[in-house]
Design a protein around this ligand. Structure first.
Ligand code: GLY
Length: 370
């Protein structure tokens, strides 16, 4: 059983397929997008060892030659060096514009392979086969591709929409518990930003989603993709509403920058804490009932995710340094901070020109050092 969700982007429209057992028919599903019979499958060592043989076999069953390009796992691969290495390996395969790049992995692989596809010979088609919950509900959909630089995350990149996204729920069976919870932070984000009913459903069914019960997992992933597809279709280049998807990310990115983008704090964990902070900041500004901020944090904490600075490795943080990271974020315009704040659960909005001093005072009240 699978569900197909269209992303309505005119000439760049595509479908996201969510369901079990999709790797097995990947060959048949990819074939319509192949002008030749070759696909470079970019993956990381972990995903490739677990699932590579199944994907290769599925492609080859349909007469498609799978050319594996396996990269080291981890955020450090999403760098200029990683991009140069991947581009060189695609060139060595003599990949041309009729061939296809398949991004087979989590957010790192999707972002890196997608960006490489965007610039390889000025652009080559690619397909996303996301293998983490986070990539399935967020990063594989919408065409954002990027690498990190020493100055911050995702600062160099391109919008390059995939031709297809295959979100196979079966591959989540091998995902580490911690990665599953980190991805769940992005699931809950959709409820918090724009669907109170979904949030309530998650309050009741979150444990089933985390336990990977097929029906609950399928419903959660499909609802997130549906919301993302709708937002992206109306605002592909993030001129407006798409920014809502960054709920929790301004606080979260600052925490990631302070902890070094490593295993100490996963992106989803940073976003979890960031969302609780964004709700409490909204309440502190008199924008949102304190009760909603407490309820949002309780739902995040119930998934075993951090909701306070004290739970983030590296605490106590310097409020000054956190605010400086926020000011460097690419979403900051002319020195003013842009945040996604909330009027309540399911009702987020873009707040421009947020006062830096108010953020600093709030962080100090949250336990950061002056
Ligand atoms: N992950 C946020 C976006 O795709 O816009």
């Amino acid at each position: 059983m699978s569900r197909t969700i269209p992303v309505g982007l005119g000439a760049r429209a595509y479908e996201v397929v969510v369901g079990a057992g999709l790797l097995e028919d990947a060959g048949a599903r990819l074939k319509p997008f192949l002008k030749t019979r070759r696909a470079a499958v970019v993956s990381d060592e972990t995903v490739w060892a677990l699932h590579g043989a199944r994907l290769s076999a599925a492609l080859e069953r349909e007469g498609v030659q799978a050319l594996p390009v396996v990269v080291p796992p981890g955020e450090q691969t999403k760098s200029f060096e990683g991009l140069a290495d991947l581009s060189d390996r695609l060139l060595a395969l003599e990949l041309d514009r009729g061939d296809l790049v398949v991004a087979f992995g989590g957010g790192v692989v999707g972002d890196l392979a997608g960006f490489a596809a965007a610039i390889y010979k000025r652009g080559i088609d690619f397909v996303q086969v996301p293998t983490t919950l986070l990539a399935q509900v967020d990063s594989s959909v919408g065409g954002k591709t990027a690498i990190d630089t020493p100055r911050g995350k995702n600062l160099v990149g391109a919008f390059h929409q995939p031709r297809l996204v295959l979100a196979d729920l079966d591959v989540l069976a091998t995902l580490a518990e911690r990665e599953m919870r980190a991805g769940y932070a992005e699931v809950i984000k959709y409820g918090l930003l724009g669907d109170f009913g979904f949030f309530e459903w998650l309050e009741a069914n979150g444990p089933k989603v985390l336990a990977r019960e097929p029906d609950a997992l399928s419903r959660a992933v499909a609802r997130c993709v549906e919301m993302k597809a709708e937002i992206v279709a109306h605002d592909e280049k993030e001129q407006g509403r798409r920014a809502l998807l960054n709920l929790g990310h301004t606080f979260g990115h600052a925490l990631e920058a302070e902890t070094g983008y490593g295993a100490a704090l996963l992106h989803g964990e940073a976003v979890a804490a960031g969302q609780a902070l964004a709700f409490r900041f909204s309440a502190a500004q008199g924008l949102c009932p304190a009760q909603d901020a407490r309820r949002a944090a309780a739902a995040i904490a119930a998934a075993g995710l951090p909701t306070t600075l004290a739970e983030v490795p590296g605490h106590p943080f310097s409020a000054e340094r956190l605010v400086r990271h926020m000011a460097q974020d690419k979403k900051a315009e002319a020195g003013r901070l842009t945040f996604i704040l909330a009027r309540g659960i399911g009702d987020a909005f873009v707040a421009k020109a947020v006062d830096q001093a108010a953020v600093r005072d709030f962080l100090i009240a949250e336990g950061a050092q002056p």
